[in-house]
Design a protein around this ligand. Structure first.
Ligand SMILES: Nc1ncnc2c1ncn2[C@@H]1O[C@H](COP(=O)(O)OP(=O)(O)OP(=O)(O)O)[C@@H](O)[C@H]1O
Ligand SMILES: [Mg+2]
Length: 384
């Protein structure tokens, strides 16, 4: 049984179908990333999970308890939004303390004047102060606790909002692009901070992002969503190495996976520039397919080596690596190869080279975008 589950959620606005039978679940302590392009329905799904919106069909579960009809305040979920949603008249410390005060103090104890005379308030408040400080310190905002949102930068406000969600132990964390307003450096730092806090708290988390590298690096499992459908829900390694749909293959990885249109030959072979790069593709001879190869799975060799003849069309130096765009006669788009600087010493645009493709590196997709089953494991025979 999962700690938190969204089952068969569908949602339409008028005639527009936004979510189409979406199911995602998180095990105890699991970090799930929900990733997809803008407008695919990520925020809609998260709002439904939090109870801020309702699906047309489907159910939401916390363990074995169905919470589909439960009021958001009673769901025991903590949500961080794309926008910070802080109380402008409260300091950072007071903002972070809100969920704790709601839980740990009675209505009477929370009253500004009367509350002072209610027993136990001072001890409870000291405990809250300590918890706020611990969370603020781990997010490096302890020096900002006296400031109001108007006196903080966007990134600082976002961290206060994160601290407010992280300060208590909810049944599930729902985070909707919580890092979208941070600059690149702070983003990477806060990413690690969130993963760290998650490991310590062990609360199942659904983290929405449109950044595939963020999803792959942070999550235990990744749900790739497009057009209101989950195309694949899998470990980061499986999403990257074993995509079930060409859109998943294209969405993850930078630079983008190479795609070549081809047709199958005898024995389900796929031939590129006269060399067999895959065998055993099921279906009749002449079936149009799409061959996908990750840039780091192609090796760049000297022109005299055995393999696929190509010409360098462009070099892009990135420091520790170089992206080499190469042209293979008879293909439309350049094949991008991820190489190291030593591989391209003395090479320039226009130079002839040889490409060698890793065994098992070719992923074959059909016209419908789905992976084509193979009769035998793909065998690469580029230097045959
Ligand atoms: N209240 C609404 N009424 C009508 N359409 C809506 C409503 N809310 C969202 N939509 C539409 O639903 C689709 C999904 O929106 P959603 O905000 O869930 O996307 P998203 O994946 O979070 O995108 P982004 O990455 O840009 O935040 C969009 O096409 C959006 O225009
Ligand atoms: Mg969104």
């Amino acid at each position: 049984m999962s700690a938190f589950a969204l089952r068969n959620i569908s949602k339409s606005y008028g005639a527009n179908s936004i979510l189409n039978d979406v199911s995602i679940e998180a095990e105890e302590g699991e970090f799930i990333a929900l990733v997809g392009p803008s407008g695919c329905g990520k925020s809609t799904l998260l709002r439904i999970a939090a109870g801020l919106d309702h699906g047309d069909t489907g159910s939401i579960w916390m363990g074995d308890r169905e919470i589909t009809a439960i009021h958001p305040a009673d769901r025991n979920v903590a949500m961080v939004f794309q926008s910070y949603a802080l109380y402008p008249h409260l300091t950072a410390e007071q903002n972070i303390a809100v969920p704790l005060a709601m839980r740990n103090l009675s209505t009477l104890q929370r009253m500004p004047f009367l509350g002072r005379f209610v027993s136990g308030r001072r001890t409870a408040q000291a405990g809250i102060k300590q918890q706020v400080l611990t969370t603020a310190t781990s997010l490096q905002i302890d020096h900002l606790l006296d400031r109001k949102p108007g006196q903080m930068s966007g990134g600082q406000r976002q961290r206060v909002a994160l601290a407010r969600a992280l300060v208590r132990q909810p049944g599930v964390f729902l985070m909707d692009e919580p890092l979208s307003n941070l600059d690149a450096n702070l983003r990477v730092h806060t990413r690690a901070e969130i993963v760290d806090l998650h490991r310590r708290a062990g609360v199942p988390t659904i983290y929405v992002t449109h950044d595939q590298s963020e999803a792959l690096s942070m999550a235990d499992r990744v749900a790739v969503m497009m057009g209101g459908k989950v195309l694949q829900f899998d470990s980061p390694a499986s999403i990257y190495d074993d995509p079930r749909h060409i859109e998943v293959a294209k969405f993850v990885g930078s630079p983008r996976i190479n795609i070549i249109n081809a047709i199958t030959s005898e024995n389900g072979a796929v031939i590129l520039a006269g060399k067999t790069v895959a065998e055993g593709v099921t279906g009749p001879v002449g079936t149009p397919i799409q061959l996908a190869i990750r840039p780091e799975r192609i090796k760049l060799r000297s022109a005299s080596a055995k393999g696929i003849a190509a010409t360098i069309s462009r070099l892009e130096f990135l420091g520790s690596e170089v992206l080499v765009a190469t042209h293979v006669a008879g293909t439309e788009d350049d094949l991008v190869v991820k190489a190291v600087p030593a591989d391209i010493a003395h090479l320039a645009a226009g130079a002839p080279v040889t490409l060698q493709i890793d065994k098992d590196a070719c992923l074959i997709f059909g016209q419908d975008g789905l992976r084509v089953p193979m009769r035998t494991p793909t065998r690469i025979a580029v230097d045959a």
